[in-house]
Structure formats: structure tokens, C-alpha cells
Design a protein around this ligand. Sequence first.
Ligand SMILES: [Zn+2]
Length: 215
Amino acid sequence: MKSTITTYEYSYITQQVNDLVSAYLSVNDRRMRDTVRATTLERITPLLPSEDPISQEFLRRLQPDRLSRDAAAKLLPTLEPLVVPFPELSIKQLSKLFRKVKKLKQPEWADLNLHELTYLGWNDGGSQKKYLVAPYQDRLIGIQGDLAPQVVKGVCAICQTIGNVSLFVSTTKKSGLGTYTRNGNYICRDSAQCNRQLTDPQALTEFLSIVRPKR
Ligand SMILES: [Zn+2]
């Protein structure tokens, strides 16, 4: 068995299944529910390795009309063996990504589901900092910045979803000139939640191209 589903595809599948369950609760017409289910299956089936027994079982269990919220919550994690997880990084690997940070607060690995993470993000409440580790051009890069204590409702620059966001200000050096640029972006305060909403990595890549450290 080979893991082939990306974490953002897994978030997309989760979102689609949860939307389907919501539709079951609000649509009384059986044929309408069948149509909604067909659309959901059409969207998620291409993301699943077709020959794999895990995908086949997953799709089979999605067939019954009116799948409950509980059943969906039990069904979704059965796909995790097919999802390529975010790597668990050692203290040494993390400190290499944040060389200038003297006392780097470590992420709470035990609380994270690595199958849901397209990027890793955690807050240091004490110093009002946020740290991000994300894939960029086939390697992992570390981004640090100041996280404003205020929480507002707005669109997150990473997951493009409306939610509780805070201003994240990072500083990048302009190549050669020795001048610094401060970049402010509103992003989800809770990065675990952000990852669950991240179904397309394009905005993350654009965000990283602006905030990544320049040499
Ligand atoms: Zn977000």
C-alpha cells in the first residue's frame, strides 16, 4: 500500500463528506439527496487510489442514504493510511529552520494530527510569536513573525476561509540591498483549524513566496 493522498486533498475529502452530511440533514427529498451524494462521489473518487481496498471500503461505506455525523467522523480517519503525513521534526531539525531564535518554543506534537497538516504552525503566546514550517520548492522552510493579540473575523491569507484571524507580521530582507520589508497578513490564529480548511495549496505558496526569508 502506497500513501498517495496529500494532506490538503484529505482536508478537501473531509470537507466534502461533512457537507454531504449537512445536506442529508436539510434535504427531505430522497432523489435530491442521491444527486448531492453523486456529486460528492464525483469530486472525491478521483483523489482515491482506485485499486486500494481502503478506498473501496471507504466509498462503499459512503453509499447509504443519510450517513450520520458520527458515522462520517468514524469513516474519515480510515483513509489516513493513504495520506502522506507532515513529517515529525526533531528539536535539532526545527532549530536549523529557525537559527536566529534562541529559545524556540516547540510545537505540541501530541496534539497534532500529521495527516491533516499541509504546513505546521504554532504560537508562542508568551512572546506573541507565530512559527510556520511549510514546504516550498521541494524543501521545508521556517517562517517566524509577530502575531497580534487581537482576533478579528476575516479571510485567512493561507486557507482563504473566513474565520478568526490575527495580523501576522514577518520581516524579510531584500536581496543584496540590506533593507528590510515588513509583511503583514491576516492568517488563522489556530493553525490546526487553518489546515483543516486548507483544500488548495496555491494561496499558501503565494503567501510563502512573499514572506519566505530571502538570501
Ligand atoms: Zn487559515
